[in-house]
Design a protein around this ligand. Structure first.
Ligand code: ATP
Length: 207
């Protein structure tokens, strides 16, 4: 089943809910009230009820929400109910940190391949992964990898994205601080932590 009408804002919050629900489930907590959930998620209770209303009613009055059921449903909506292999391009400082980050696992992501164009890095092993030459990106299709993370310098981001599209990649998480153009069927999400930091002072008291 596809869920056509879920707003992007709700989709943005679903991974937050999922992470908390998986944590609660792991702790053996089978249900949670919407008030506790709001506190746990840092979101208003009405917001939670509204978000969940887009995909059915998982709450029982007086008992609360079934954590396991809700987590499974959110995974289904986000299409995270399978392990998804991800390729990393650019194994510099940022890329290495991404490779070492354990937080991808809870969502079912497996960073299964890493590429770089620096001959000194190609062939080097990081954990279980051997860094490959970017000239072999086309192998991704065969390996059924359709998600990629770009961590190359800004000036190499567009050409990397083009190569990834040619290799059949359908989703790109772009850490390069620039806009990249891709065909419509490919989804790009750009994360620029400096840009997020740049919004913060506006909200802080002056002085
Ligand atoms: P280092 O100094 O170890 O290279 P860094 O994080 O300072 O690390 P950056 O210049 O940001 O390096 O580049 C990030 C990584 O992207 C590096 O490993 C670099 O070799 C790699 N890289 C640069 N251009 C490309 C490209 N066109 N294709 C693939 N990888 C690239």
């Amino acid at each position: 089943m596809r869920y056509h009408k879920i707003p992007d804002e709700t989709i943005r919050r679903l991974p937050v809910y999922l992470r908390a629900l998986l944590f609660l489930s792991e702790q053996g907590r089978q249900s949670i009230s919407s008030r506790d959930m709001a506190e746990f998620f840092g979101v208003k209770p009405w917001q939670i009820r509204k978000d969940f209303s887009y995909f059915g009613d998982f709450g029982t009055r007086g008992v609360g929400y079934d954590t396991g059921k809700l987590a499974r449903e959110i995974k289904k909506i986000l299409r995270l109910n399978i392990v998804r292999k991800v390729a990393l391009i650019g194994v510099g400082n940022l890329g290495s940190a991404v490779l070492a980050y354990p937080g991808f696992k809870i969502y079912g992501f497996d960073i299964a391949a890493a590429f770089d164009n620096n001959p000194k890095k190609i062939g080097r092993k990081i954990g279980d992964i051997i860094i490959e030459d970017t000239s072999s990106l086309s192998s991704l299709k065969k390996r059924k990898i359709n998600l990629a993370i770009i961590a190359v310098p800004q000036e190499a981001a567009q050409q990397t994205a083009d190569a990834l599209v040619r290799a059949g990649i359908k989703g790109i998480l772009n850490f390069s601080p620039c806009y990249i153009t891709v065909p419509k069927k490919v989804k790009v999400i750009t994360i620029d932590i400096a840009m997020d930091l740049a919004r913060l002072p506006y909200y802080m008291p002056a002085g």
